[in-house]
Design a protein around this ligand. Structure first.
Ligand code: GLN
Length: 193
């Protein structure tokens, strides 16, 4: 089982480290052939506008969309959550996502860089989890097939739809790999899209 980490921009190394800590085999993905070789994909935190533009430049946008449509398990944190949203608010002109999760995500919803914060969340009923938010999005609304896995206050900050998982926060930055374990369990369950 190979788990790719989309390595166009963002905290790729931190995700590779978190995957290794749960015994998963991670590899960076920057080219279409590398995308073909993986069984699942992590889309890191970073800057969604940059990830989108680089995905276009590296001829990865359509291959990524196609694999997600075929049921590739994927996990997006922060900018990665934005990339997995079917619809976004607060994007720059023409900003596109990969889509896959029937939700509206608002970019920079919690505020700018200075407004970064940490919070303890209940993630998927797995007890309190320290979550780091950096210029984080939140989920404005979800479709009927989307399961809400965590909230910060009354804001939705983690969701799952079939093989797709997304968090507003950065589990790759805390050294607590429970979200990555959850993703690996999802992949092994081969959930129906
Ligand atoms: N605000 C960033 C964006 O729009 C996301 C921030 C992050 O990934 N830490 O892509």
């Amino acid at each position: 089982m190979k788990i790719g980490v989309l390595a166009l921009q963002g905290d790729v190394r931190e995700h590779l480290r978190a995957l290794a800590s749960v015994g998963a085999h991670g590899m960076s993905v920057r080219r279409p052939e590398e995308l073909e070789a993986v069984d699942a994909l992590v889309i890191p935190g970073g800057e969604s506008t940059t990830i989108w533009k680089l995905a276009v430049a590296f001829d990865l946008l359509e291959p990524l969309r196609a694999r997600i449509k075929e049921g590739l398990p994927a996990f997006g944190s922060c900018a990665g959550m934005i990339m997995l949203a079917d619809r976004i608010q607060g994007g720059i002109d023409g900003q596109q996502t990969l889509g896959g999760i029937d939700m509206v995500v608002r970019r920079n919803a919690f505020g700018r860089q200075v407004d970064s914060f940490e919070a303890d969340l209940d993630f998927a009923g797995r007890g309190p989890l320290r979550a780091v938010f950096i210029r984080a999005p939140w989920v404005e609304s979800v479709g009927a097939d989307v399961e809400v896995l965590a909230r910060a206050g009354d804001r939705i900050v983690a969701v799952r739809q079939g093989p797709l998982l997304a968090t507003s926060f950065h589990p790759e930055l805390t050294g607590d790999a429970r979200v990555h374990s959850y993703f690996v369990e999802m992949i092994n369950q081969k959930p129906v899209p």
